[in-house]
Every structure is written in C-alpha cells, then in structure tokens.
Design a protein around this ligand. Sequence first.
Ligand SMILES: NC(=O)c1ccc[n+]([C@@H]2O[C@H](COP(=O)([O-])OP(=O)(O)OC[C@H]3O[C@@H](n4cnc5c(N)ncnc54)[C@H](OP(=O)(O)O)[C@@H]3O)[C@@H](O)[C@H]2O)c1
Length: 223
Amino acid sequence: MSARDVGILGGTGPAGRGLALRLAASGMKVTIGSRDPARAADVAEGLRSRWPDHELHLAGAGNLEAAACQTVVVATPWDAAAATAGALREGLAGKVVVSMANALTRSGDELIALIPPRGSIAEAVQAATPGARVAGAFHHLPAAALADLGKELDADVLVCSDNAEATGETVALVESIAGLRAYDAGSLSSCGAVEAFTAVLVGLNIRYRARASLRLTGVRKPS
Ligand SMILES: NC(=O)c1ccc[n+]([C@@H]2O[C@H](COP(=O)([O-])OP(=O)(O)OC[C@H]3O[C@@H](n4cnc5c(N)ncnc54)[C@H](OP(=O)(O)O)[C@@H]3O)[C@@H](O)[C@H]2O)c1
C-alpha cells in the first residue's frame, strides 16, 4: 500500500495507540485523535521517545483533525464508537472508516460479548456515517502485542465490509503491518460474530496469561 495518512479516533487508548505505533512503523503518517488534543500530543511524543530508532510519523490532535485523514480508524470504547464517528460524519463522507470496537461487558471475572441492536458496532458506525464506507478489522489483536515493536506480530485479521473497495483498502492497510495477514470475511453482517469472538480470545488470554490472536489454517490467499 502506498504511504497514506491514517487518523485514529480515540487513539490515546491502548488499542489505538498500539495500532498507531504499528502503522507509523510501517511508514504511514498517523494522527492520533482525542477529545483532548494535548493528551493526544503527549501520547504521540511518548511513542516517539519510546522507540527512538524508528522514524515514526506520529502526531497527536483532536478527533476532528484525525477524521480529516485519508483513512480513519475508530478506536473508542464500543459504546462511544457510533456517536464519535457520527459527530464527524461530514468529514468522513467518502472515506474508508475502520471500526475495531468490540462490544464486551464484564460479568464476574470474565468478559462476555454483547449483541448490539444493529448486530455489530461496525454496522452501528456505518449507520451513523451513511456517506462513509465502513469496514470492521483489527478486533482480535491484543493491544499489548501491538505496543511492542520488539516482537513481530503473527496473526490473521478478518475484514468485513459492505463495500468491496473498503475491503480492499482495509486489507492493504492491515497487510502494511509486518506479520499480519488480512482476509475478506464478507459483509458487515459477519462483523457481529467477529466482534463477539473477541470475548473468547480475551478469556483465553486471562486464563493462559497469553496474547492469543487469530490464526486461520486451511486457507491460502491467492498470490
Ligand atoms: N485493548 C485491546 O486489546 C483491544 C484490542 C482490539 C480491539 N479493541 C477495541 O478497540 C477499542 C479501544 O480499546 P481501548 O482498550 O484502547 O479503549 P479505551 O482505552 O477504553 O478507550 C480508547 C480511547 O477512547 C476515548 N474515549 C473514551 N471514552 C469515550 C467517549 N465516551 N467518547 C469518545 N471517546 C472516548 C479516550 O480517548 P480521549 O479521552 O483521549 O478522547 C480513550 O483513550 C475498543 O472498542 C475495544 O473493544 C481493544
């Protein structure tokens, strides 16, 4: 994929920050978005100083500026994703918007999946941004694994969208990150199952003190 600029809404959290780091390390120009631009600037500075040997094009800004990037990732908590993207829908029109949010809630000592009214958070983001082309991706990558540039990733990423171009662009975005393979997992209607499966992976990570992610067998992408 050619160098693009990517904005991450809610990019100051562990997931958005880790993804920003990996995308910047792959040569993308990344804007970490926040409700508080100063917090985003601190996070970007923290990442640059943590990894001085990498040339990271990472900046922090408000979510509005992040939404002005060519490709936009939504990395807020699940219950804020549609409202955050919806408030920026004019700027997001025509763009590929990638939702990585999983609707999970704590029950005792485990996380369980919630079924959002539209079936998935990605579908709720699409409904809130009718002019955008929404894809779901990155749901199963643990933030701790994303955050450690010293360890190469080794995972498969499922990409769902109702728009073929959005699927293609998102697959390319995923595969710009070393160690990740992306698969077209179908329309946004598949995203509910993809998001919900994260609860299973988080449970495994807690039980086995691991950073489990997804790895498919028996499927090979045409070269
Ligand atoms: N953590 C993981 O390992 C992981 C892995 C894959 C996917 N995910 C998904 O990625 C998303 C982000 O995960 P996270 O752990 O990074 O979440 P988080 O730390 O709880 O939230 C991320 C950022 O969202 C912003 N935010 C919080 N509440 C908000 C609200 N009400 N409205 C708008 N913005 C709000 C905050 O940024 P500002 O205060 O700076 O605006 C916060 O730093 C979640 O939906 C999660 O399901 C997480």
